[in-house]
Design a protein around this ligand. Structure first.
Ligand SMILES: [Mg+2]
Length: 310
């Protein structure tokens, strides 16, 4: 079990071997969508897995690129879905971390023009970051010439926004003409699965539109960027060697783990498949190796099975 990548990664693990792996770590970081829950349903066995890990003295953190809810709202969702012991302080969303970045790292003086849903706006306000208010006078026939630009804007933040439209893109683009104006994105996720085989475009697709329009590149806060790990580490003193990252998306969760020097576990209850992981493993390109998880489990219910099986 020591030196997981020595075997090339992608190793199916369960039972005593999984228990040994969990015992060798102090902290477990879980992605949420596709790992802990899918929509409004907890992944079977997930509440039990979290409870058992905590019982064994592990610290458990939730690291999600989903910026649609503020932290408090996530805490409610956890309790609604049967997780009895998750508190707001253990939840790190890309919205929360973006607000923390603007406040603590960029030390923004001035306002942020935010493209994003309630989760993003609420976290910015909670962090005391000044957000440009929506223009209520704006109608369907408003042109870019009719929209006053706020001279105090020093940053543009793009997150998931179901009300994304041409005017928001146009205004953001105008603000970014000033090279001093920061350009941030909550996360790079291209799309998210919905019920009935539908998908919804993610923050990454909206960011791509603005990157094209502004000829600039956004600084990404969410996974796979290291900042989310640094954000948790600054509050809880994490050691990469003692931490395990569990996720369902190779291009964000597993790459995040690799970028931060964490041991990684892919769970198959979400977006990525064993075949995709194997493809990365078989690839000749060295940069693809960071997408290869150290371990693979069917579901985090395997954690409970491994921990209960004493
Ligand atoms: Mg996920």
């Amino acid at each position: 079990i020591i030196g997981p990548r020595a075997s090339g990664g992608c190793r199916r693990v369960r039972g005593p071997e999984l228990r040994e792996l969990l015992d060798s770590k102090r902290d477990v970081l879980f992605d949420c969508d596709g790992v802990i829950w899918n929509g409004e349903a907890a992944v079977a066995g997930a509440p039990e897995a979290v409870r058992l890990l905590k019982q064994r003295g592990k610290r458990v953190f939730f690291v999600t690129n989903n910026c649609t809810r503020p932290r408090g709202n996530y805490a409610h969702k956890f309790s609604r879905l049967g997780f009895s012991d998750v508190s707001e302080e253990d939840i790190f969303s890309s919205a929360y971390c973006s607000a923390a970045y603007l406040r603590d790292v960029a030390r923004l003086s001035g306002k942020v023009f935010a493209i994003g849903c309630q989760g993003v706006l609420q976290e910015l306000r909670d962090a005391g970051v000044d957000v440009v208010a929506e223009d209520s006078a704006e109608g369907p026939d408003t042109s870019i010439y009719d929209c006053p630009l706020d001279p105090d804007v020093r940053a543009v933040l793009v997150g998931y926004d179901e009300k994304f439209n041409f005017m928001k893109l146009a205004k953001a683009c105008c603000y970014l003409r000033d090279s001093e104006c920061l350009f941030l994105a909550t996360d790079p996720d291209p799309w998210h699965p919905l019920r009935g085989g539908r998908v919804t475009p993610g923050s990454g697709s909206l960011t791509a539109a603005l990157e094209t329009a502004s000829s600039r590149k956004a600084t990404v806060i969410g996974k796979p960027s290291r900042f989310m790990f640094e954000c948790i580490a600054s509050q809880f003193d994490l050691d990469p060697a003692q931490s395990l990252m569990v996720g369902d998306r190779l291009e964000t969760d597993i790459l995040f783990g690799a970028n931060c020097g964490l041991c990684t576990v892919l769970t198959l209850t979400g977006v990525s498949t064993m075949e995709q992981a194997q493809e990365y493993k078989d690839s000749e390109a060295p940069e693809k190796k960071d997408f290869v998880p150290d371990y693979v489990v069917e579901s985090i219910a395997d954690f409970s099975e491994a921990l209960e099986d004493e």
